[in-house]
Write a protein that binds this ligand. Structure first.
Ligand SMILES: NC(=O)c1ccc[n+]([C@@H]2O[C@H](COP(=O)([O-])OP(=O)(O)OC[C@H]3O[C@@H](n4cnc5c(N)ncnc54)[C@H](OP(=O)(O)O)[C@@H]3O)[C@@H](O)[C@H]2O)c1
Length: 386
């Protein structure tokens, strides 16, 4: 089997590449990589394997230089002689930013870039499966505190917090329109955070949120809102298992489901005593976020409720030389808090039925393996690049 993989240099794509590279039934993996030249492209791929000391097989894995936002990308792929007998495309690349300033780029990469891959795929004679890595959050913000099933989405009337989920939904719909059903595999991960193994996580994304809350300790979130979080190793293994499974559906949640769901309180409880120097976690209403922002601008009103939590303000003063820095953190954190509050859990019965993956380890348990990495995450860098 010959595979074309996009997004290999990313969080999930890197793990997918390593898992696929270990399979004997996979002959070659071509990875779309952004880089200036072949050497740099190869180095970016090699780095993925070096991170956890995985074996890199140069005879099996090949970089294909390209950028999804290049107008010429479809033609580049069509005329590449190495890509004529691709059996499987796994499209994991995306711009995952929640920040409004990247909206145009998000659309370019996630819709137009995706469409280039889709149009190229239609001309591939040997193509058996197009795996589209979507997201379970395409159900939108109108769906709250319930168990979401695969068939609930896509829903053209769904409302979205961020352009990212809208673009992921749009591309999924384009895929269904243009390719026959027997060639489609849509996998929709829930929230991917960290790694369940005792390994440095491939990316601080989402773990960044926890690192930030761990630093702040005053958490403007409903502690009981249910959370569907999975580790990246489980996500990658599930997607590969689905690729090789006898499938009864075209679309699968890759999620914790009800059996392994968690909530913010459980997650913070598991890390609480590992940082004895910090104040205890205290959950407050989300509405206090705007007062926190005022505090960081030195504009907190004397009658503000936030003064009731003065010990946290003193603590923030003690750890941040400059209050305004907290504004950066709050801005980065806000969209994540909105998602946390939705209380969406994604049914995983299909994944359990068609693979032998079993349920994921709940995040409040596997997070113990990542605790030593939490303090090393640069929260400000994460906030600037959400
Ligand atoms: N992480 C989650 O919680 C989560 C949850 C549900 C679904 N997903 C989906 O899973 C997939 C992977 O997400 P991730 O967390 O691994 O994201 P990520 O770490 O941000 O990786 C994104 C990947 O896409 C590539 N990419 C971005 N723009 C590109 C462009 N213009 N041309 C070519 N490649 C480009 C990046 O390449 P560079 O390295 O060159 O930037 C990187 O390899 C996405 O489709 C996402 O929607 C993720």
């Amino acid at each position: 089997m010959n595979i074309f993989l996009t997004g290999a240099t990313g969080f999930l794509g890197g793990e997918l590449l390593v898992v696929l590279s270990k399979r004997l039934d996979v002959d070659k993996i071509f990875c779309l990589v952004r880089s200036n030249n072949e050497e740099e492209g190869l180095a970016r791929i090699e780095k993925i394997f070096k991170l956890h000391d995985d074996y890199f097989d140069e005879k099996k894995i090949f970089p294909v230089l390209g950028n999804l936002i290049d107008d010429n990308i479809q033609n580049q792929l069509e005329t590449n002689p190495n890509l004529q007998d691709i059996d499987v495309i796994i499209h994991s690349a995306a711009n995952t930013s929640f920040s409004k300033i990247y909206d145009d780029l998000v659309e370019k990469v996630n819709i137009h870039g995706f469409n280039s891959i889709l149009q190229w795929s239609k001309g591939l004679k040997s193509l058996k499966t197009f795996v589209y890595v979507g997201t379970a959050t395409i159900c939108g913000k109108g769906v709250t505190h319930c168990l979401v099933h695969e068939d609930d989405s896509p829903n053209i009337n769904s409302k979205h917090f961020v352009k990212y989920t809208f673009t992921k939904m749009t591309s999924e719909m384009m895929l269904r329109k243009e390719l026959p059903e027997d060639k489609i595999l849509v996998v929709r991960p829930s929230i991917i955070m960290g790694d369940s193994r005792e390994l440095i996580p491939r990316s601080p994304v989402i773990l960044w949120t926890l690192a930030t809350l761990n630093l702040m300790r005053l958490v403007p979130v409903n502690p009981a809102a249910k959370l569907d979080i999975i580790p990246v190793d489980y996500a990658a293994n599930s997607i590969v298992a689905l690729l090789f499974a006898k499938r009864h559906y075209t679309t699968y949640h890759v999620s914790s489901g009800e059996a392994s769901m968690t909530d913010s309180k459980k997650v913070t409880d598991s890390i609480e005593d590992k940082f004895p120097d910090k104040p205890v976690f205290k959950f407050v209403q989300r509405a206090l976020m705007s007062q926190m922002k005022n505090w960081s601008r030195n504009r907190l009103q004397p009658e503000s409720e936030l003064h009731d939590h003065g010990e946290y303000l003193d603590y923030w003063n003690s750890i941040f030389e400059d209050n305004s820095k907290l504004r950066i953190l709050f801005a980065g954190l806000e969209p994540y808090i909105e998602f946390i509050e939705l209380g969406q859990i994604f049914d995983n019965s299909r994944l359990l039925e068609d693979t032998d993956m079993g349920n994921s380890i709940p995040a409040d348990i596997y997070i113990n393996n990542s605790i030593k990495f939490l303090d090393k995450i640069d929260v400000f860098e994460g906030a600037l690049d959400p």
